[in-house]
Design a protein around this ligand. Sequence first.
Ligand code: PLP
Length: 463
Amino acid sequence: MLKTLRDLPQIQTLLDQPLIKKLEAQLGHAQTVAALRGIIDQARAELLDGAEVDLPAFDSYQFADQVKDIINSANASSLKPVINATGILIHTNLGRARMAPEAVEAMQAIAATPSNLELDLNTGKRGSRHTHVEELICALTGAEAAVVVNNCAAAVLLSLMATAAGRNVVASRSELIEIGGSFRLPDVIAQSGAMLREVGATNKTRLSDYAAAINEDTAVLLKSHTSNFKIVGFTASPERRDLAQLAKENDVILMEDLGSGVLIDLAQYGLVDEPVVADILKSGVDLVMFSGDKLLGGPQAGIIAGRADIIDDLKSHPLMRAVRIDKLSLAALEATLRLYRPPHDPTLKIPVLQMLSEPLETIRQRAHELSHKLTSLGIIDVEVFESACQVGGGTLPEQDVASFAVSLTLPAMSPDQFAAQLRQSATPVIGRIKNARTIFDLRTVRAAEVPLIVAAIAKILSP
Ligand SMILES: *Cc1c(COP(=O)(O)O)cnc(C)c1O
């Protein structure tokens, strides 16, 4: 028991203990000193606070174990798996889409060995990294050509820079979006060196507004998917077909930032309003950009698809090198895109689509399984209820997906305290809190993760 500051040992005294000496030899001087300093600093703070400090004897195994635990947790990965029980399928803070095992295997294979990333195996000459996915993207979207960059934000920036720098970009006032992480379309347009020419009103923009804004300085008509909000009521915007016609007549490019970009129609799951990339290109849009890790269900990437002459300009633009996709993401993207083609069924193979299309009854059963296991831990106030999931990732606002969730309260702990402890679990569990109850939504939790949630809670209840 330490009672006064005078009882605090010198770091050197601790380092001279045989067990600590052994640790120092194994784990290094710097880490050992840092851990000891941490313990002593905390003890000092507690003593200054008027508390007594209970530390094991400095020459004990117990003390050495404490030091070792501190060093080990300092060495643990900062980036680690968590369980997404939030009910938000594509959660940007939680790394967006899970990838399919096929995509993970492809990454692993390419990570560990050299590859033909930029080597044409037919000619033996330098190849392009874009060739590995271009045909696939074209086949899935009907585009003439395609190119892939680091993310959708880079795709938009590069596309504008290559087509509209020093000229005008016409965009509707209803579509000047901000998405998370300070991506604001007007700022991106400014960064590209183009001038934004806003048209229409917040709720209504007509074809004639676009037409009136076009002059010899106009390079691009830019549409963007208002992916994280909805303007409802007295609204209007022109059909893509009509905009495409207008763009063609005036020899300007019609471009659309889709954000999520889906390759299959999600209407069968009750999700409307998320336009299918192929349909958009068919309606005459010259160039579309969309993310790889939203509803597509792959790695972080920005896919640009459309007219071959524009794609060619993008490929040779100086910014391309700075925003190019890395080989691991490219490997994962190729594998993900292949899962959209026969004989595969993407709704069974791509985790995001799998979660979206999973029957409600299966989710209900998983919720009951979790609820029973939590009751077995002695938690009394546990309920299963029908909940509503969100797609997230700035897609499909207002459109809920039916789900089942477990809600609970603990007598000894507030929901905030409980959430904090769940975040510190070996596999952190991220749920949500509503009406002072902790909620775990089961559409975003896989069956194999249920025991991990139970283990985390068991440990919190009896550490
Ligand atoms: C998500 C989104 C982006 C940015 O995509 P990242 O891949 O995160 O860079 C751009 N535009 C829209 C409309 C989006 O929804």
